[in-house]
Design a protein around this ligand. Structure first.
Ligand SMILES: CC(C)=CCC/C(C)=C/CC/C(C)=C/C=C/C(C)=C/C=C/C=C(C)/C=C/C=C(C)/C=C/C=C(C)/C=C/CC(C)(C)O
Ligand SMILES: C[S@@+](CC[C@H](N)C(=O)[O-])C[C@H]1O[C@@H](n2cnc3c(N)ncnc32)[C@H](O)[C@@H]1O
Length: 372
C-alpha cells in the first residue's frame, strides 16, 4: 500500500527506502569499504552478512566438534594433529580441517604452532551439556528446514521430524523418554536463570505444570529447601519422573500428578504454579484454556511463573523469531511470544496483572510472574 501523508509511519518508511537504495548500491559499498572510519562499519556489516550466509556450515562444524569428542580432548592439555586425528578417528588432513574450522569459530585455539586447546566458545560449551544435547538434536530441525519455503507453504506441518518427535499425547513410552531426557539435559541452565530471578521460597508449595522428569523441580528444591513441590505431566511422562525424584532423595517432598492439562483439572493446594517452556509449544486458544485452568487452581494471592525464550527481550538478538519461530513452525504448533503477549493472555484468562522478571541470560530464558 502506498504511504499516505496521514500515515504516522510514512516518514520512517521513506527513510528506510532511501537507506536501502543507498546500501544496495555497489558504488556506495565500494566507497564505504575504502573510506576511513566508515570502512570499519562496512567491514562489520559485510562480516555479519557473510555469517548469515555461512550459518549452516558453521553449525555443522559445531556438530562435528561436539560429536568427534574434540571438546573433551582439547580441554586440559594442548594436542597436536596426530593425537587429534587418532582420538577423533579422522585422517590427519580431515582432523586439521576440523580443528581449524573449530578455531575459526572460537571453539578451539592454536596455543603454539600445530598445538590446540579449547577456545572461549569451546570452553563455555564444554560445561553446557544442555547446549550440546540441543546441537545433536538439531539434525531433526535441519532435516525439516532443508526446503524452508516448502515448509512455510504447507498448511499442516504434520509428518515433519519435529512434529513426530514432539507429538506429546501420541508419543509412546520411549518417545516420551527421549524428549524428556533432552529437556532435562537443557533444564539446568533454564532453572538456574529462573531461580536467580524469582524467589520461590516466598511460597508454600510449587506445582510445575508440564514438569517432565522433574529437572526444574529438583533444581528449585535445592534452592528453596522448605518448599513443597509437585509435578503435573502426562501419565507416560510423569512415570519417568519417579526414579529421578527418588534418586535425588525427594520422594517425600515431591508429589507426582498425572493428567492432560487441556482436559483434566489441575490439583489444588499449590500457591505457585510454573510453566517452563510450555506456552510457546501451543497456539493461542489452547494456551488461554491452560492459563484459565491454572488461574482456577490457584488460591487468592497465588502466582504463576512463566519461563521460556521470549521475543522482543533485550539481549536475545535473533534467537526468538529467527530460531524458535522456525523451530515451532516445523514442530507444527505454537509460536514465540513477547512478555506483554503472554501477560495479556494471562489477564484474559483471569489473572489480575503480571510483571517481567529480570533474567541474567535472556538467550536461555525469559520470565514473567502473573498475579491472581
Ligand atoms: C575469566 C575470563 C578469562 C574472561 C572473562 C570474560 C567473560 C566475562 C566471559 C563470559 C563468560 C561467560 C559468563 C559465558 C557464558 C556463556 C553462556 C551462559 C553461554 C550459554 C549458551 C547457551 C546456549 C548456546 C543455549 C542454546 C540453547 C538452545 C539451542 C535451546 C534450544 C531449545 C529448544 C529447541 C527447546 C525445545 C522445547 C520446545 C519443544 C520448543 O518446547
Ligand atoms: C517442552 S517440554 C518442557 C518440559 C519441562 N517443563 C522443561 O522445561 O524441561 C513440554 C512438557 O509438557 C508436557 N505436556 C505436553 N502436553 C501436555 C498435556 N496435554 N498435559 C500434560 N502435560 C503435557 C510434555 O510431556 C513435556 O513434559
Amino acid at each position: 500500500m502506498p504511504s499516505s501523508t496521514h500515515d504516522p509511519h510514512a516518514l520512517r518508511a521513506r527513510w528506510v527506502a532511501w537507506r536501502n537504495r543507498v546500501l544496495a548500491s555497489r558504488s556506495f559499498q565500494r566507497w564505504a569499504s575504502r573510506t576511513p572510519i566508515v570502512r570499519r562499519i562496512a567491514r562489520k556489516r559485510a562480516g555479519d552478512l557473510f555469517d548469515l550466509v555461512a550459518g549452516f556450515a558453521y553449525s555443522q562444524a559445531l556438530l562435528a566438534t561436539v560429536e568427534s569428542g574434540l571438546l573433551d580432548l582439547l580441554a586440559e592439555h594442548p594436542q597436536d594433529l596426530t593425537s587429534i586425528a587418532r582420538e577423533t578417528g579422522l585422517g590427519e588432513a580431515a582432523a586439521s580441517r576440523l580443528v581449524r574450522a573449530a578455531a575459526a569459530l572460537d571453539l578451539a585455539e592454536e596455543v603454539s604452532p600445530g598445538r590446540w586447546m579449547l577456545g572461549q566458545h569451546g570452553a563455555a560449551l564444554r560445561g553446557n551439556m544442555g547446549a550440546q544435547a540441543m546441537i545433536r538434536h538439531h539434525r531433526l530441525l535441519y532435516r525439516d528446514l532443508a526446503e524452508p519455503l516448502d515448509l512455510l507453504r504447507a498448511d499442516r506441518r504434520c509428518g515433519t521430524s519435529l512434529s513426530e518427535y514432539w507429538n506429546y499425547p501420541a508419543q509412546d513410552h520411549d518417545g516420551a523418554a527421549a524428549y524428556s531426557a533432552l529437556m532435562a539435559a537443557s533444564q539446568e541452565m533454564v532453572a538456574g536463570q529462573i531461580a536467580d530471578a524469582y524467589d520461590f521460597g516466598r511460597h508454600h508449595a510449587l506445582l510445575d505444570v508440564g514438569g517432565g522428569h522433574g529437572a526444574f523441580i529438583r533444581a528449585i528444591a535445592a534452592s528453596s529447601p522448605s518448599l513443597e513441590l509437585g509435578i503435573f505431566d502426562l501419565p507416560h511422562v510423569a512415570e519417568g519422573a519417579g526414579p529421578a525424584i527418588k534418586s535425588a532423595g525427594l520422594d517425600r517432598r515431591v508429589a507426582i500428578h498425572t493428567g492432560d492439562f487441556f482436559r483434566d483439572p489441575l490439583p489444588a493446594g499449590y500457591d505457585c504454579i510454573s510453566l517452563v517452556r510450555i506456552l510457546h509449544d501451543h497456539d493461542d486458544e489452547p494456551c488461554l484454556r491452560l492459563l484459565a485452568a491454572i488461574r482456577r487452581a490457584l488460591p487468592p494471592g497465588g502466582r504463576l511463573v512463566v519461563a521460556e525464550p521470549m521475543s522482543g527481550v533485550r539481549g536475545t538478538g535473533p534467537m526468538s523469531d529467527g530460531y524458535f519461530g522456525l523451530y515451532l513452525w516445523a514442530m507444527g504448533s505454537g509460536r514465540p511470544r513477547n512478555p506483554a503477549e503472554i501477560g495479556s493472555m494471562a489477564t484474559r484468562a483471569g489473572f489480575a496483572n503480571w510483571k517481567g522478571l529480570s533474567v541474567a541470560q535472556p538467550v536461555i530464558t525469559s520470565g514473567i510472574v502473573c498475579f491472581t
